[in-house]
Design a protein around this ligand. Structure first.
Ligand SMILES: [Ca+2]
Length: 116
């Protein structure tokens, strides 16, 4: 019994040491200019990148970026919606100021407009 307790304590000590030795890496924000929403063709900020200067409604087909985005980073001071229609209607995905979204989920390859 004493040996088992010692073994359990030893295991716990080892687990604690591993937790202390490997802190969670800080999540680095993707590269994106100020006052801009950046969109990536792939998830986790991979593939082609489009830098959108948001206004009332930016239609992405003008930049040949219709239905491509799968990740986004809002490096502006305002919250913006990603819409599935280029006139900024239909389904919408809110990206808060300063928020990075590695996977747009239900909006993957559906974003056609960025706006309010
Ligand atoms: Ca895509």
């Amino acid at each position: 019994m004493r040996r088992r307790i010692a073994a359990v304590l030893g295991g716990m000590t080892l687990a604690l040491a591993v937790v202390i030795a490997v802190p969670a890496p800080a999540q680095a924000l993707p590269s994106c200019p100020a006052d801009t929403i950046c969109l990536w063709d792939g998830q986790n900020y991979t593939g082609d990148k489009e830098e959108v200067t948001p206004n009332t409604c930016a239609a992405l087909w003008l930049a040949f970026w219709d239905n491509k985005a799968e990740s986004a980073y809002n490096n502006s001071r305002h919250d913006w919606y990603l819409f599935d229609h280029w006139t900024c209607g239909g389904d919408a995905y809110l990206v808060l100021s300063g928020q990075a979204v590695p996977n747009l989920g239900f909006m993957n390859n559906r974003v056609s407009g960025v706006g309010l």
